[in-house]
Design a protein around this ligand. Structure first.
Ligand SMILES: NC(=O)c1ccc[n+]([C@@H]2O[C@H](COP(=O)([O-])OP(=O)(O)OC[C@H]3O[C@@H](n4cnc5c(N)ncnc54)[C@H](OP(=O)(O)O)[C@@H]3O)[C@@H](O)[C@H]2O)c1
Length: 333
C-alpha cells in the first residue's frame, strides 16, 4: 500500500543522445524505489551539486531519468518506521538523494527511514530548506573547527565564497557565535548584505585568489572554504600556527596548488567536510543544533523562492557563481 498518488508532478533530468533534457513531467509512483517513509514534499533547495546533476558534463547524475534535488522537507504521509510518525515534519538530504536515487524536486518522495531527520520544534520545512545541504555543511564546518579548539577569542576567521550558500550561512553562524568573521567575495555589491549578516570586514576575491609566497603573514585563526582551487592555497599560507581550515567545496575547481610548509612549519590542519556520508545519528544531532544554538541569523530572509517551473535559471546561475544567498524551491505548501 502506498499513500502516494499513481502520478504526480516532478522535475526530471534525462540523458538524451545529444545532451540532457530537463523540465517538469507527470511521474509514475511505480517508478519510485522502495523505502519506509513517504513524504509530501513542501520545499526543496538549489545547491551547487543540483546544478551539476542537470548538466551532461556535471558527472553527478547516476541514473536517468533522475529527479534531482539533494534536499527535501515536508510532511510524512506514510511510515513503516514507528519512530517517524505520520503527520510529522521531516527532511532528508545526503547519501544518494538526488544523485543515484530520486530527490527533492518532486511533489512526493519515498526514502529509507535511516535518511530521515525529524525537524525540531521551531524549524519549519521552509526554514530547513533555507539552510539545506549548503547551510548544514557550513554548520559542520564551524563545529569541526570548534571541536579542534577554535573559539571567538582565538582571532579572526575567514569565510571564502561568502555570497554563496555554504559561505553566507557560515558567516551568519560564526557572527552569531561572537567571532570576528571576514567575508571574502567576488561580488562587491554583496558587501552590504554580508555586513548585515554579521561580517566584521570584507575581502575582495583578488586578494584571496592571488599567487603568493609559500608562507605569508599569519592572519587567520580559522577558515571555512567551499571555493577550493582558487582560494584554498591562500587560506593555507595565511593561517596562524596550529589553525585549521574546514574545506568542503570545489566551486572554482578541484586542483590544490600548495606546498607542505603550512602543514610542517605551522601545524596547520586541512579538515575535509563530507556532508553526504555523515552518519544519521550525527546528522540528526546537528540539525537539532541548527534549530537552536547554530540557527543562522535572519533565516529565510536571504533566499530567493523558485518553483519546479522556474528552476532552470537558478540551476544555471549557481554553476555560474552567481549565488546571492540561497534559492529555495516551493513545491507543495
Ligand atoms: N563537501 C560537502 O559535503 C559539500 C556540501 C555542500 C556544498 N559543497 C560544495 O561547496 C561548494 C559551494 O556550494 P554552494 O552550494 O555554497 O555554492 P554557491 O552557493 O554557488 O557558492 C559558491 C560561491 O563560491 C564563489 N565562487 C564561485 N566560483 C568561483 C571562482 N571561480 N573563484 C572564486 N570564487 C568562486 C562565489 O562566491 P563569491 O562571489 O562571494 O566569491 C559563489 O557564490 C560547491 O563546490 C559544492 O559542491 C560540498
Amino acid at each position: 500500500m502506498t499513500a502516494i498518488p499513481p502520478t504526480f508532478r516532478a522535475y526530471t533530468a534525462r540523458k538524451t543522445d545529444d545532451g540532457f533534457e530537463r523540465g517538469t513531467v507527470d511521474f509514475h509512483e511505480a517508478e519510485l524505489p522502495p523505502g519506509e517513509v513517504e513524504i509530501r514534499v513542501g520545499w526543496s533547495s538549489v545547491n551547487f551539486k543540483d546544478g551539476l546533476a542537470t548538466r551532461v558534463d556535471g558527472k553527478v547524475a547516476r541514473i536517468s531519468p533522475l529527479i534531482p534535488g539533494i534536499d527535501l522537507a515536508g510532511e510524512v504521509i506514510a511510515s513503516a518506521d514507528p519512530s517517524i510518525g505520520v503527520g510529522s515534519t521531516v527532511l532528508a538530504h545526503g547519501y544518494e538523494l538526488g544523485v543515484s536515487r530520486h530527490g527533492g524536486y518532486s511533489t512526493f518522495q519515498r526514502v529509507p527511514s535511516e535518511w530521515v531527520v525529524p525537524l525540531a520544534p521551531g524549524l519549519s520545512a521552509r526554514d530547513a530548506m533555507a539552510i539545506g545541504t549548503a547551510g548544514f555543511t557550513a554548520a559542520m564546518s564551524v563545529v569541526a573547527l570548534e571541536e579542534r579548539g577554535l573559539g571567538p577569542a582565538s582571532g579572526p576567521v575567514l569565510v571564502t565564497g561568502a555570497s554563496g550558500g555554504v559561505g553566507g550561512t557560515a558567516v551568519a553562524i560564526l557572527a552569531d557565535r561572537g567571532y570576528e568573521v571576514w567575508a571574502a567575495t567576488g561580488k562587491p555589491e554583496e558587501a552590504g548584505r554580508l555586513l548585515a549578516l554579521g561580517a566584521a570586514g570584507i575581502m575582495g576575491r583578488d586578494e584571496v585568489t592571488a599567487e603568493g609566497r609559500p608562507l605569508e603573514s599569519e592572519r587567520w585563526a580559522g577558515a571555512v572554504d567551499a571555493v577550493g582551487a582558487a582560494t584554498l592555497p591562500y587560506v593555507l599560507r595565511t593561517l596562524r600556527v596550529g589553525a585549521a581550515v574546514a574545506a568542503s567545496g570545489n566551486a572554482s575547481g578541484v586542483k590544490l596548488d600548495t606546498t607542505v610548509f603550512p602543514f610542517i612549519l605551522r601545524g596547520v590542519a586541512l579538515l575535509g567536510m563530507d556532508s553526504v556520508n555523515l552518519a544519521i545519528g550525527r546528522r540528526r544531532a546537528l540539525w537539532d543544533r541548527l534549530a537552536t544554538d547554530l540557527r543562522p541569523r535572519d533565516l529565510g530572509v536571504h533566499c530567493t523562492e523558485v518553483t519546479l517551473e522556474t528552476l532552470d535559471p537558478a540551476l544555471d546561475a549557481i554553476l555560474a557563481g552567481a549565488a546571492r544567498g540561497r534559492w529555495i524551491v516551493r513545491i507543495g505548501e
